[in-house]
Design a protein around this ligand. Structure first.
Ligand code: PEP
Ligand code: CO
Length: 448
């Protein structure tokens, strides 16, 4: 790979999953307007996250990354953002308490608007239109106007990302995440179940611990701890990512400031491809999805291209094998990376290798498969003398019915009740919290 990098050098490589706009001038105008807008995040935050991801890679911290498969413009409401933040905070409280490690919280939020598709076109009842590629590109409505890639969506997505992170920052700054009052994160109206009971018991215990710490320190704990929250999205649409990249003052190099942690998806991680070319030159911490077709030697090469200086925290490998393949595939990858001395942060995405379709064609995942992949991943890393530094979930703070199983007992017959995702199925509030308890227990037992 050539050493000449620029924010547009990706254009000389084959680029998968890019969008054909019908009016290049309209696209160029939207990108020029995007490039003039202020960044959504700052390089200071980005560098801080990189440090924390390095700690997660060493087992000194744990990464919780989660959110929707894809955000929609209509999700940019106070209630929905509030619910997503709450469930992530609740899960992280459970993980902190169970594992004794600080947690770095990263949402698939404030910019997760672009989706890779297996087919560029979709045919329904003999009508063929472009596939829906996320609100960054077009709309889900199956009409020629809805499916037309519209450059105006790029600006709209950027604006809604900014509004989303703005609201999150205000909530956090205003004491929403104050550890003295974890009860305010509770999602009301979702009823009572085993997880909420266990959660309330945990909250009572946390409150006692916080009072003890306040008393010991002689001042409120929040003066020492700030609740941090970071954003991430798949950096799929390279024109968009390029337009949001800049060279911040007092820094060397380029940062993609549309998000803290952009990642490369499973479909676009080819070594000679445009995505790897763009990502290798930005300074952000980055992620790359690693699926079952990854060969250990290819991974070593990919890691050396994406992290040539072997900088801790720079690269998170988000492994998504599926519960039936992880035992077969992951050990060789971990062993190979250990043998080269390459420093990475390992993360487990137990969602994307476990998707299946029910008899009527509904996309779902089984809670048991999700749990099985996480559990096996912990054990594989422990047996190899490596560290699983975090988890990556598709989840929501609402009571949807998209994933089957869990102690709420959802079956395939229940899926139609509240299936809202246009893309991948997400764990609901109760399933997310239940999984957090199970992961916390696993982390706690590994410490003992
Ligand atoms: C995703 O994270 O929504 C996704 C498309 O994942 P993957 O690239 O792992 O298939
Ligand atoms: Co997904």
């Amino acid at each position: 790979m050539s050493s000449e990098w620029s924010p547009s050098s990706w254009k000389s490589r084959p680029a998968k999953q890019q969008v054909e706009y019908d009016d290049p001038a309209e696209l160029a105008d939207a990108l020029a307007r995007l490039a003039r807008l202020p960044p959504i995040v700052t390089s200071w935050e980005v560098e801080k996250l990189k440090k924390q991801l390095a700690e997660a890679g060493r087992g000194e911290r744990f990464l919780l990354q989660g959110g929707d498969c894809s955000e929609r413009f209509t999700d940019c409401t106070a209630n929905l953002i509030d619910a997503k933040l709450k469930v992530l905070l609740m899960m992280s409280a459970v993980l902190v308490y169970g594992s004794g490690r600080p947690v770095v919280r990263v949402g698939r939020i404030a910019g997760q608007y672009a989706k890779p598709r297996s087919d560029p076109m979709e045919t329904i009842n003999g009508v063929t239109l472009p596939s829906y590629r996320g609100d960054l590109v077009n709309r889900v409505d199956f009409t020629p106007e809805g499916r037309r890639p519209n450059p105006a969506n790029l600006i709209e997505a950027y604006s809604r990302s900014a509004m989303t992170i703005n609201f999150i920052r205000s909530l956090l700054a205003g004491g929403f995440a104050d550890i003295h009052h974890p009860e305010v994160w509770d999602l009301s109206g979702l009823g009572q179940n085993a997880q909420t009971d266990e959660y309330h018991a945990l909250v009572a215990q946390m409150r006692r611990s916080v009072r003890f710490l306040d008393a010991t320190l002689g001042r409120p704990l929040e003066e020492l701890t700030q609740t941090e929250f970071y954003t991430s999205h798949e950096g799929l649409h390279l024109d968009y990512e390029e337009a949001a990249s800049e060279r911040p003052p007092l820094r060397t190099g380029w940062y993609d400031l549309s998000t803290h942690l952009p990642w490369i998806g499973e479909r676009t991680r080819d070594l000679g491809g445009a995505h790897v070319e763009f990502f290798r030159g930005i300074k952000n911490p980055i992620g790359v999805k690693v699926g079952p077709s990854m060969d250990p030697n290819e991974l070593v090469e990919l890691v050396s291209v994406l992290n040539p200086a072997n900088e801790p925290g720079r690269l998170t490998l988000i492994v998504r094998m599926g519960s039936k393949k992880v035992a077969d595939k992951l050990p060789a990858l971990v062993a190979k990376i250990r043998s080269t001395g390459q420093v990475v942060t390992w993360c487990c995405d137990p969602m994307h290798g476990n998707t299946y379709k029910t008899a009527d064609g509904t996309k779902t995942r089984h809670f048991d498969d999700i749990l099985a992949e996480v559990t096996q991943s912990f054990d594989i890393h422990r047996d190899a003398g490596s560290v699983l530094g975090g988890v990556h979930f598709e989840m929501t703070g609402q009571n949807v019915t998209e994933v089957v199983g869990g102690s709420c007992g959802l079956t395939e017959a229940d899926l139609a009740t509240a299936y809202e995702s246009d893309v991948d199925p997400r764990m609901n509030y109760a399933q997310s919290l239940e999984l957090a308890f199970l992961v916390a227990r696993k982390l706690g037992s590994m410490r003992a």
